[in-house]
Design a protein around this ligand. Structure first.
Ligand code: SAM
Length: 268
């Protein structure tokens, strides 16, 4: 599939407006590899046709599918390790001194490894407190998988410790394991586009929003970070990805070291 520069620029603009995902120059190959299958399924022969279709009033279903295909859903269990240790060893004990109800939001949760990793940490320490865990993503496809909680051995090999595998999963067959029902019932998965501020989920004690802002322009990063800060309770914590940080124009937060990384805290 050939993509003219004009078509590529049109496509980039639509994708960014819908999702915040900003494609770099010369990423035509990515568009081709992600959309080839969808183009064939939809009986379209060129990106130009596809753009015309998704820009038309009858193209909203296809537009959603296109955006979904363009998301990068790379994730793993206990990614970077330190946010999960700091949550369990420092944040939860600190919050427990003042509340017995803790609200955590995992934004851009992909296929569920991150919110389930959070839930496993809480299970091990918080028998006496109530926790509410909300997990959101733009992609309905990844949310469906997350809700089912079924993972293949190859996915579990990416960070799931053997003792937790035994404790929290059920062996379905030779290749698949499912997160047990108790753990699945603790996470509420919901679709949400991070560009749609304000979010309207109420205030949270802890927000994870990791490895998604790297795909956004500075302007959208600032908009999302400010939306997340508005969704934090006073004294609440925000985890960004290991290579992400606040922007120059976002509201400021206190930086707290939790070696080898850091977490941001809203003034109490
Ligand atoms: C690379 S994954 C990160 C998953 C997980 N947070 C982690 O760090 O392992 C990025 C996720 O962000 C989601 N995403 C992209 N744009 C989004 C948007 N505008 N609103 C909500 N989620 C979005 C994608 O669907 C994808 O699942």
């Amino acid at each position: 599939m050939e993509i003219s520069l004009t078509d590529y620029e049109r496509f980039k603009a639509i994708l960014e407006k819908q999702s915040g995902i900003l494609l770099g120059d010369n990423k035509q190959y990515l568009v081709v590899s992600r959309l080839n299958g969808l183009l064939q399924e939809s009986n379209l022969t060129s990106l130009s046709e596809l753009i015309n279709k998704i820009a038309s009033p009858s193209g909203s279903v296809l537009l959603k599918q296109v955006v979904d295909k363009m998301t990068t859903n790379e994730t793993l269990w206990f990614r970077d390790r330190y946010p999960f240790d700091y949550l369990k060893n420092t944040i939860i004990p600190e919050l427990r001194r003042t509340t017995n109800r803790i609200r955590i939001w995992c934004a851009a949760c992909s296929t569920g490894q991150e919110p389930y990793s959070i839930t496993m940490q809480l299970e091990e320490i918080s028998a006496l407190i109530q926790t509410e865990i909300v997990a959101t993503d733009l992609s309905e496809r990844v949310l469906d998988k997350a809700r089912q909680g079924i993972y293949q051995k190859i996915e579990l090999n990416r960070g799931m410790p053997a003792d937790k595998l035994r404790r929290y999963f059920q062996d379905l067959n030779e290749t698949d394991w499912q997160v047990n029902e108790r753990l699945r019932s603790k996470v509420r998965f919901q679709p949400l586009n991070l560009l749609s501020t304000p979010y309207g989920f109420g205030k949270f004690d802890v927000i994870f929003c990791r490895n998604v802002l790297i795909y956004f322009s500075n302007e959208n990063k600032t908009k999302v970070i400010n939306g997340l800060i508005d969704s934090l309770k006073p004294g609440g914590y925000l985890f960004l990805g290991a290579s992400e940080s606040l922007t120059r124009d976002s509201q400021t937060l206190k930086m707290v070291r939790c070696n080898p990384g850091l977490v941001y805290q809203k003034e109490g």
